[in-house]
Design a protein around this ligand. Structure first.
Ligand code: PLP
Length: 392
């Protein structure tokens, strides 16, 4: 395909835009990964990352994508045949459940139709009924990237506590870390998994697994066989900085640069910026949704995500054709629908290194394509976003 002029406007919900200073930071020669200089850089990155997870407990960094962190979380907490509960929220919870089954766990679910978050009532009932503590872990996706629904992790913790249930609480923060509030220690999360390529504005390649004292201590004989993923290989009392193998020095240089950007803006300001840009996006979608236009996939307003908005096309209009036209004619890259949502939904990823001007560009191209393709919609989406940001 020939090059389109100007910058590509990248609004995927991961990977995300990588700031120039982060790209430049990777442009460094290799260094001795056992040298004191690199160990210090790596140790500082670990400490700063823990601030993003809002934890003072353990952090294990794997050279892996999010799938690796899922597997690490399960292998270090569960034995073959253990029962785990994975409430169904969308493509990613379903995939996590599949991974659990594949490595020998017995998966139970709290069914859901993907348009709402976790059914907290049914979750509470399931936990209450599990009097003998059959369920060893509850695995929850904080932000369902496939649907644009954010789940209330504090409410899941409260459901566990109200039932007096001792299952470990495992949370996927892959598309919420650095863009949506997450509080590992305050919310009593036992294992939180994250990835480098979303809110942290890094390339894919590292996954992060934060582990509570309780989860670390609960390691027992007979866990699902693993070695590469073993937290003990990294445990602080041994040497928290040693990877089982060569450390990826350039990506740590990049992480230090990305954390510099986040800290300079102020982490709370970063979260507030995500909320503002997401709210402006929602103002646009609300306007378009009139006249039989595209609708929010996430049914409940208070569940709508600050990192991604999933938008359902009107019947008879193919979301993939729409998305391809945005890419090929507008140089705008949007996310597609995943699994059963393919062709029905497109997604605006509004997380990471983004500003108002970029968002206006994306919303303008979407609005133009709605017109150009004669897709029914209400007018004034872009104007509604401008209006919102003017007054907020
Ligand atoms: N969980 C969520 C919520 C995700 O959004 C993704 C990827 O987009 C994953 C898990 C899987 O992560 P990865 O693609 O890095 O393996």
């Amino acid at each position: 395909m020939s090059r389109l002029p100007g910058r590509n406007f990248f609004f995927q919900p991961g990977p995300t835009n990588i700031p120039d200073s982060v790209l430049a930071a990777m442009h460094r020669p290799s260094v001795d990964f056992n040298s004191p200089g690199f160990r210090t850089l790596q140790g500082n990155c670990h400490d700063r990352l823990k601030d993003i997870f809002r934890t003072r407990q353990h952090l294990v960094v794997h050279i892996a994508n999010g799938h690796g962190a899922w597997e690490s979380a399960m292998a270090n907490t569960c034995a073959p045949g253990d029962h785990v509960l994975v409430p169904e929220t969308g493509f990613f919870s379903t995939y996590w459940a599949k991974l659990c089954t594949a490595i020998g766990l017995d998966v139970e679910t709290v069914p859901g139709d993907w348009q709402d978050g976790i059914d907290l009532e049914r979750l509470a009932e399931t936990l209450r009924q599990d009097q003998d503590g059959r369920l060893k872990a509850v695995c929850v996706v904080q932000n369902e990237t496939s649907t644009g629904v954010t789940n209330d992790i504090a409410a899941v913790r409260a459901a566990l506590d109200a039932a007096g249930h001792k299952a470990l609480l495992l949370v996927d923060t892959i598309s919420s870390l650095g863009s949506i509030d997450f509080r590992m220690d305050e919310w009593g999360v036992d294992v939180a998994v994250g990835g480098s390529q979303k809110g942290l504005m890094l390339p894919v390649g590292l996954s992060f697994t934060c582990v509570s004292e309780r989860a670390m201590k609960s390691r027992r004989n007979g866990l699902i066989p693993h070695h590469y993923w073993s937290w003990e290989e990294y445990a602080p009392q041994q040497n928290r900085f040693i990877f089982p193998g060569t450390a990826p020095t350039q990506i740590f240089e990049a992480m230090a640069a990305a954390l510099d950007i986040i800290e300079a803006e102020g982490f709370d300001n970063v979260l507030a910026r995500h909320h503002r840009l997401a709210s402006a996006t929602r103002a646009a979608v609300t306007a378009w949704s009139a006249n039989g236009g595209p609708q929010f996939f996430a049914r409940r307003q208070d569940h709508r995500s600050n990192s991604v908005t999933a938008i359902q096309m009107p019947a008879g209009h193919d979301a993939e054709a729409f998305r391809n036209a945005c890419a090929n004619e507008g140089n705008l890259s949007l996310g597609g629908g995943l699994g059963p949502l393919n062709g029905k939904v497109f997604r605006i990823g509004h997380l990471g290194d983004l500003n108002e001007a970029m968002l206006f560009g994306a919303l303008g191209v979407i609005e133009m394509q709605l017109r150009r393709q004669n897709i029914p919609h209400g007018p004034g989406g872009l104007q509604a976003a401008v209006e919102f940001l003017t007054h907020s």
